[in-house]
Design a protein around this ligand. Structure first.
Ligand code: SAH
Ligand code: MG
Length: 197
């Protein structure tokens, strides 16, 4: 991994206020990846490729990341960044709205990282559970959304997002087939696995 180039990609994204994964959130996910060496990762929300690039370090030898992004300009920048890092064979970008793309995917993923439109999290969850391998894991970023989600905050233009994030938490914590933890790292990270029976 070319750490210097990765640092440039990260700094440029931060300068341009692109909401890339926060360091403490990345640490939690990388800890898991290190121990589990996944073969297939699905990411919803590529932005400029920063998190996907970071994850490649912990893929199993023939592992691959599929990542979805709807903004063409970000897809272009992500492709450039991935090329600079020499990771074209490990990251596959799917351009388009995840709401349309997810139903066209099948096959199983060992790790799914949800990091896109907050108002769509319940839909992303449904699609992710369909494609999650038996011992897989789903990480959902921004699940606490600046603390709005666990407060009585309702009068906000983002209330649809807040409502849907609450629904995501409710569904993953109340479903007895799932085991879910919510961590207060970054903007909140939900971690969901199938309940071991
Ligand atoms: N995972 C990235 C950051 C993603 S930011 C990282 O940590 O480096 C969220 C991205 O999701 C944005 O680029 C946004 O354009 C994209 N996005 C939001 N809603 C989407 C949707 N419905 N389908 C596809 N991409 C979406
Ligand atoms: Mg995020």
């Amino acid at each position: 991994m070319n750490i210097e180039e990765l640092g440039k990609i990260k700094n440029k994204a931060l300068e341009e206020h692109i909401p890339i994964i926060m360091d403490d959130t990345l640490e939690v996910i990388e800890e898991y990846l290190k121990d589990n060496k996944p073969k297939k990762i699905l990411e919803i929300g590529t932005a400029v490729g920063y998190s996907a690039i970071c994850f490649t370090e912990f893929l199993s030898e023939d592992g691959i990341i599929d990542t979805i992004e709807r903004e063409h300009i970000r897809v272009e920048e992500a492709k450039e960044n991935i090329k600079k890092m020499g990771l074209e064979s490990k990251i596959n970008i799917l351009e388009g709205d995840a709401v349309e793309i997810l139903p066209t995917l099948d096959g199983k993923y060992d790790v799914i990282f949800i990091d896109a439109a907050k108002g769509k999290y319940p839909f992303f969850l449904k699609e992710s559970l369909r494609m999650l391998s038996k011992n897989g894991i789903i990480f959902a970023d921004n699940i606490l959304y600046k603390g709005y989600v666990l407060s009585d905050y309702n009068k906000h233009k983002q209330r649809t997002a807040v409502r849907n994030l609450r629904e995501y938490i409710k569904e993953t914590t109340e479903n007895e087939n799932l085991d879910t933890k919510i961590l207060e790292v970054g903007d909140g990270l939900a971690i969901t696995k199938f309940e071991k029976k």
